[in-house]
Design a protein around this ligand. Sequence first.
Ligand code: CA
Length: 662
Amino acid sequence: MKSLKRMMTLMLPALLFLTGCTASPAIAPENSLIPTEKIGGSSLYVKKVENLPEDFILGMDISSVLAEENSGVKYYDFDGAEQDIFRTLAENGVNTIRVRVWNDPFDENGNGFGGGNCDIDAATEIGKRATAVGMQLLVDFHYSDFWADPGKQMVPRAWAGMDVEAKSKALYQYTKDCLKKLRAAGVVVGMVQIGNETNGVFCGESSWSNLSSLFSAGGKAVREVYPKALVALHFANPETADRYDGYAKQLDQYQVDYDVFASSYYPYWHGTLDNLAASLSRVSETYGKKVMVMETSYAYTPYDSDFSGNTIGEGGGVIKDYPFTVQGQANHVRNVIDTVANKTKNGIGVVYWEGAWITVGQTSWEENSKLWEQYGSGWASSYASVYDPKDAGKYYGGSAVDNQAMFDANGRPLESLRVWNLVRYGNAVEPKPDAIEDVTLLVDLNGTIVLPEIVSAVMTDDSKQSIPVQWNVTEADLDRMYRGGVQTYDVQGSAAGLEAHCYVNMVEFNFLENYSFETGEESPWRVTDRGHADQLYVEKKVTDSLTGEYHYHFWSAANNSVDFSLEQEVAGLPAGTYKFAVSIMGGDAGDAEVYAYALVDGVEVGRAPMGINGYNAWDTGRVNGITVAAGQTVTVGISVKCSGAGNGAWGKIDDALLNSVG
Ligand code: CA
């Protein structure tokens, strides 16, 4: 695809904004198409979210939708008929539409900057269509001429050079004028956001005194035009400790009048759901605010469909809570809703970000680019360079989130769209395999490739199950891998009709035997159990192994009875220098003392401290510079001693490597 630089840059738009939703009645008048009972017949597994309030905000941001439609995109219903997307969303349980508003996203010749060219006129059109089917509008004012997010809070061109007093007046007047337009058009506005992801910077200002002045000016306008609407402020990065506590305290000190403290939550970057709930709950409990998730999304496929790189896609390094499948996307949405509704104090809603921003064409980047330029349906057009030359002006293009939409590349709704309705009732269909977890094998050049017969399937209910696998590999393929030196092979296979991958890492000559415990036996490892632990053995469990199917397991009910070492003696090594590495993960270990070590003829020559840092948080200890003369015997191993009176220490040890470095 595109360069990494481009990918990184494209991540920014997705981090952008937020908005608010509804004030009083969330389920709107007689024209509402929002279902009040379960829609049957779906194969989607959905666990019911208990105690979900009737007026809980189930929102979707589709700010790019008019530009998409102008570019020729058509949206369909579940029966395959073309249908107004607002109707489709309402029919499936979405009760709020969020829309971003930029002051003036056009150049002097009227060419749009892109990202939907979302000015107040576009927002009004979107608001009218939402109102027509019974949904409320959540207005997301960026107070910028283009994208605002934690990395970018540029002042609108018309307000450049103003001091904060003048800027506050301008912001107040602009907000009031915009909201009056919406009101005149009969748009039902439930919530208004003053700023988007305003992490300590907003509209070109960066002191809390100035930020507060601007927030207050915007909130005042909302109270005057839409007195029933909630006033929201929106921030990002809940994963940073105490960030939200600090922001909320500043807002309190400056007496900013607002109702909702909202957060973005992109699971790849923003920490755990438990942490999100704790961060928002502290704000709610301390300052009496409502809280919500203003933006979230999840990939239903790793693949791009519009020839413009995505923020999340193929490749490693991404934190994946669920497979990138339609069901995985639905599980994410369901669990965010459950977290905000049931685990967060005063949680009032969840909004999905840009669920309809799909490709505008199937042919090529060049063809799509013409539409993005003309109608503003990409994240930025080249015209944006007059305002944002360093980012948009350089990296303009299409949708960075087409694989996170809830419609496929042809505008057909994904089964996951039904989650907004089904969370209220549950849909307990029989769980079935949804994706196969990758397997990694470590094989040294003198080893044997033994592909696993069993792989771990992620089920539609997000549980895991071991199932048989068939690998598409011949003896000749294996021979080639043995001869190919140090490199990684992607062996493909099939399990329950789903694609499986076994990544075979051929590594340099390892002088240890049974280094990844794949024989299933302890030998030739030697265990010295000083503390008499309850469990010490080689265990077969793919999901808990660093590579392969086996690892060395330890557990004891009493922490301080975990005290052992696991070592292997190697005689007859060629004279030279060697390095040793071994890995561990585990938990509940108290003040653990863990280290890798090496002895030469019984004398310790190196020791590397290690940590027990949590499930699948593997830590590797490395002892380098082990000098061995001819005839000497090397012993390498790991010593584990846990202390404290906790729940009982446990852990896994895997992949011991003793390599020559010359
Ligand atoms: Ca894309």
